[in-house]
Design a protein around this ligand. Sequence first.
Ligand SMILES: Cc1cc2nc3c(=O)[nH]c(=O)nc-3n(C[C@H](O)[C@H](O)[C@H](O)COP(=O)(O)OP(=O)(O)OC[C@H]3O[C@@H](n4cnc5c(N)ncnc54)[C@H](O)[C@@H]3O)c2cc1C
Length: 441
Amino acid sequence: MKDNSNAIDVIIVGTGAAGIFCALNLPDTLSIHMVTKDSLENSASYLAQGGIAALRDATDYDDYFEDTLRAGHYKNSRKAVDTMIRQSPLIIRELLDYHVRFNRTGDDLAYTKEGGHSQSRILHHDDITGKEITSKLLNSLRKKSNINIEEYTRMVDIVVRDEQCVGVVTIDKSGTPKVLFAKAVVLATGGIGGLFKHSTAFSHITGDALAVAVKHNVKLRDVNYIQIHPTALYSEKPGRRFLISEAVRGEGAYLLNAAMERFTDELQPRDVVSDAIHKQMKKDGREYVYLSLTHLPADMIKSRFPNIYQHCLKAGFDLTKEPIPVTPAQHYFMGGIKVDLKGQTSMPYLYAIGETSCTGVHGKNRLGSNSLLESLVFAQRAASDITQNIPYRPTEPIDIDLSYYVGRDFDQEYKNIVLDEIKRRDTNFYEEWCNDNSKMG
Ligand SMILES: Cc1cc2nc3c(=O)[nH]c(=O)nc-3n(C[C@H](O)[C@H](O)[C@H](O)COP(=O)(O)OP(=O)(O)OC[C@H]3O[C@@H](n4cnc5c(N)ncnc54)[C@H](O)[C@@H]3O)c2cc1C
């Protein structure tokens, strides 16, 4: 079976905040093709609750920089952190131009605080910030006549000629493979939550781009830096775990053990709190601890966390009256495809942005609310680099034998590739969190 589809200027794989913002930042003169594995809205970006961090004013630079590094155990790339922080005010102004609404106090933007942040510098839209940002960006994207979007289409490979990326292979719902050629390919496929039994992310987000990168010797970085969120609503049912945002602890919620006693400082960075909860669960002989807001005003809980309040209510818990059971769950991938500050991978004309990439900005552990920001900052930088780099790149379709892609079990094949990489880098982490016999895998 052979196929030679028409060349496109830029292919973007993934329609989360990173993919969409990259597309919006490319000139209208380029023809852009986006593919996404599920529906447009089913991305982690839509699920972000807490908010987006931003440099409030120049006096906060040092604290913001230090908070990000401290959370990341000082394993961060300082240049990437500096770039993200300095570009954040511009990104917020642009989001406001896209009609994104953030909560305000009077006319002023209302900045709030989260675990690990020493200052109030998080902007939010109630507790559905990701939906507000991503849906507004999508509204603008839909108006662009130079952008074509294919839903329910999975990228299963990249096409490489002379060690340069020249396109992708996709598979649609019916299992039919297709090749698309382009002058640049942007991987924006999000994290790896779908590889874990307990994750706050959608199960179709399985790190496909990483597996493809490994197959083609594209460099990865820090693949063992995987964040476990301390507080997902405990459930025995399979599927995505509902996240109880960091901001809930930021507003004063307590973590309680089986004896209903506090056992840790709730505002420590995520990995520290996750570890403390795990130890406590072992001591208590249970698969959860409790999170309690009952000492906080009921009106504040309902107005500050309407989405979380309603979700818990549906699950049978009234946040204003009773503690809820919570458990750690895979939440975010700090590592990924190694990129420079322009989103370039180790393969020419192949870019990676958002959670699937690793700029080194988060180090070993992400500071809450830095990831939407990172996605947008580096998506914009990649778009700018692509704009400068591709105009004169010739593209010629090449023959690809698509029969290789028919009937393969990519789910299992790619899961094995990614988990093997994690194991190779960090056996202890793999055994504790990824192994099939462990709590998560
Ligand atoms: C529950 C939850 C709450 C969060 N809260 C916050 C928060 O408050 N603040 C914050 O900053 N961050 C938060 N995050 C993290 C943040 O949402 C993500 O890191 C960020 O949105 C990643 O954006 P992205 O565009 O890289 O990936 P995503 O938004 O996950 O998008 C990935 C896209 O790639 C597509 N895709 C995947 N594989 C393929 C494939 N093989 N072929 C085609 N398409 C593919 C998916 O369908 C999807 O469209 C949260 C995450 C979760 C899960």
